[in-house]
Design a protein. Structure first.
Length: 109
């Protein structure tokens, strides 16, 4: 499923905020993937039928596995502000290097 999901959101973190975001996206039938490094939280998301990548969201290869090149957006809701910033910068760096993305796509570099 990870290989085919597109036009989705990547929710980084499945703690208090991330789980609420995931619940709301699910209610609105918006496709999404959760990236969570804590195995207990990741398992809780899987039990709820959520597509999960159990890994560190600040790593570019993890965002690639979560489909960042096909995603509509990323929601950073991990433990600290520093981790959130790093996840966002990793995502932006990946999207910026994608030759298929052009300024006319409405994506700001």
């Amino acid at each position: 499923m990870l290989e085919t999901i597109k036009d989705h959101f990547i929710v980084c973190g499945y703690g208090r905020i991330g789980s609420i975001v995931a619940l709301e996206l699910g209610r609105q039938a918006v496709p999404f993937v959760v990236v969570e490094r804590d195995p207990i939280r990741a398992a809780a998301a899987v039990e709820r039928g959520i597509l999960v990548v159990e890994a560190d969201a600040s790593r570019e290869e993890v965002l690639t596995r979560a489909g960042i090149d096909r995603a509509r957006g990323l929601i950073a809701a991990v433990g600290t502000d520093a981790e959130n910033v790093y996840a966002v910068l990793s995502a932006r760096g990946h999207r910026r290097s994608d030759p298929a993305r052009r300024p006319s796509d409405g994506v700001q570099p």
